[in-house]
Each structure stands twice: as C-alpha cells, then as structure tokens.
Design a protein around this ligand. Structure first.
Ligand SMILES: [Zn+2]
Length: 353
C-alpha cells in the first residue's frame, strides 16, 4: 500500500511537470484526485487493510492527498504567472523601437513646377510676386493697351464678378492671364523692376486642352536701356536651366497688344534635337520642324509704360509669359491626352511625379 501511494504521487508529479495548460491540469486532477480518481479508489481499499495498520495508512494516504493537491495548486499558480508574464511581454511598449511611418504625400506636380520656376528666375535677380486673382478690368486689359471693345479681348474668355463697377478701374473680373501682375508692378514704379509673377488664371474654357483654372508665369524687366538682347539672354538662360543646356531659343515675330515688337517664343525639340527628323529619316512627331511653342514675349509697348506713369523715352522693358502646366509637361516629355488629368486628384497619375 505504501509503495502504491508513493507511485501514485510520482505519477502525479511527472504528469504535472509535463502539463502546459489549464486543461491538462484539470485532466490530471480528475484522473488522480477526482471522485472516481485513482486515489479515491485506493482509499476505498483501506477497508481491506488490517485494523492495526489502518490508521497509519490512513494518515499516510491523507498526507499524500494533501501533497498532490498542493502540487496541482502550485502548478496552476505557475501557469497563471507565466500567462501574465507573457501578456506583459506582448503588450510591452518599446519606446526605442522605430515607429511605423504614416503615409506621406508630396507636393502637387504644378506646385513643384512653380517652385522650380521661382528658383530659376531668382538666380538672375527676379523676385516672385503675387497679385489679386479677383482683379480690376484696368490691370488685366486697359493698362495693357487693350481698350474696351478691342477685338483682342475676345481671346480671353473672361469671368466677370457680380460686383459694383469702379468709374476708374472698370469691372471686377477673375484675371484671365498673369500679365495683370506686370501692369500692377509697373504701377508701383519701384525701378529697376525685375519680377516674375506666377499666378492662377481663369477662363471660361473646358476641354481636353483647357481647364478653367490654370497657371502662367509672366516675367518683366524694366530699367533704362533694356533691349531685345536682354530678352534673348533671359530666355536663353531660362530654357537651358529648365530644359537642359543643349536646348535653343527662337523668337518669331508676332503681334501682342502690350508689347512692340512682339515674338512667339519657341524652344528646340528635345526628341529630335531640333532637326525635325529622327535617326531613321522619319518626321519627328513631337515638334513642328524641330521647334515647340513655349509662349509669347517682347518689348513693353510705350502705351503700357505710359499707362503706369513711366516715361517711355527714358525707360524700356521686356516682358514674356508662358503657361506653367504646358511648359512643365514639355519638360517631362509628356503628352497628356487630357490636361484636366492634372486636376483630377487621381493618385495613380500624381504619384508618378
Ligand atoms: Zn522634334
């Protein structure tokens, strides 16, 4: 009997040592200490023990039972402790661990283009200026030598504001070009003037090549003795900085109301190198005979200087203007099927820049 009890105790200890879960402990409890367990069965056998041995075995059996129960309780405690420690480890926060970066965006392609244009012109002393987008008719047209009823105004499909008219300044409009900045900065008469106005423009147009809100940059340089050579120099510098050192500028005579003489500004094609033909004698499809249209410019019309109160006999100036979106697309060698894509906020498109 004594050996049996010791063997049982050993069996319980061995089983407990292997147990790793509460379920396993419970199974051991039932198997050995339960109502139909092995110890209970053994205690029933006490009846068969001789009367004189019975008290000794009885107390021994009780002692073994107590030890087994203690072993089970201790194992259970151990397991709970481990569970808590594990939980603490899982929920522990390591403040030195590198964090998860939140998704990070970048500037819109047009904002990037504006920043680049600003920095290019700042290097030759042009200051970036900003002027109202809701503008007087005077600064957008009248001061630029485009008087009321002049047919040239038809080219700018202008939005008019529902606001009182000024007797001197005319109607309020959304400026249809960035050249209002030129008129305004001339009116400030802080000579010499070297300014680049990069601004939003508004026109009543919406199709694959037009959006009702777009951007232009207009440069102006006014001082004594400013000549066409300066215009050529500024444009040469800009084209080489922006498109690359191998690109050329061409000025083609044209007509604008606020400049005289006026030019269309072209840049040599980057695809065919300005030749208009590709290696296999095929005509270049990107350009027209080796050139791409960039914008317009010229020498400020004497009437524009006069409108600003400057003496055209003493001062002269150059001015030029280009579209931000168009110029940037040209640089990227991109042919957008639909310019409206730029403003659709489609990340699949915008992420490419
Ligand atoms: Zn070409």
């Amino acid at each position: 009997m004594e050996d049996q009890l010791n063997a049982l105790k050993l069996a319980v200890d061995t089983a407990l040592a292997k147990a790793a879960t509460e379920v396993e402990i419970e199974a051991i409890e039932i198997k050995y200490l339960g109502r139909k367990g092995e110890l209970t069965a053994m205690l029933k056998n006490l009846a068969n023990v001789s009367a004189e041995d019975r008290p000794r075995f009885g107390s021994m059996a009780n002692e073994i039972k107590r030890q087994m129960e203690a072993a089970v309780a201790s194992k259970r405690g151990e397991l709970n402790q481990a569970k808590l420690a594990n939980l603490a480890e899982q929920e522990r926060e390591d403040v030195t661990e590198p964090g998860t970066r939140p998704p990070e965006g970048h500037l819109h392609v047009v904002t990037k283009a504006i920043n680049e244009l600003t920095s290019i012109f700042e290097k030759i002393g042009f200051t970036r200026t900003r002027f109202p987008e809701v503008e007087w008719d005077w600064f957008s047209f009248e001061a630029l030598n485009m008087h009321k009823d002049h047919p040239a105004r038809d080219e700018w499909e202008t939005f008019f504001m529902d606001a009182p008219e000024s007797s001197k300044m005319g109607k309020m409009i959304l400026t249809p070009h960035a050249t209002n900045g030129t008129a305004r900065i001339l009116a400030e008469k802080q000579l010499p003037i070297r300014a680049i106005n990069i601004a939003k423009d508004y026109r009543r147009q919406m199709d694959v090549t037009h959006v009702p809100m777009f951007h232009q940059f207009d440069g102006v340089y006014v001082d004594e003795g400013v000549a066409i050579t300066h215009l050529r120099g500024v444009l040469d510098y800009f084209v080489k900085e922006f498109f690359g050192p191998e690109r050329q500028v061409r000025l083609r005579p044209f007509h604008f109301r606020f400049t005289e003489p006026s030019f269309e500004i072209d840049v040599s094609c980057g695809v065919c190198g300005g030749s208009g033909v590709l290696g296999d004698k095929q005509k270049c499809r990107v350009c027209k005979r080796g050139w791409l249209e960039l914008g317009g410019g010229g020498m400020l019309h004497p009437n524009v200087l006069k409108a600003a109160g400057l003496d055209p006999k003493k001062y002269s100036g150059l001015a030029f203007g280009m579209g931000v979106e168009r110029t940037y697309m040209m640089k990227e060698g991109m042919q957008l099927d639909d310019i409206r894509t730029l403003y659709k906020n489609d990340l699949r498109f915008l992420k490419q820049f």
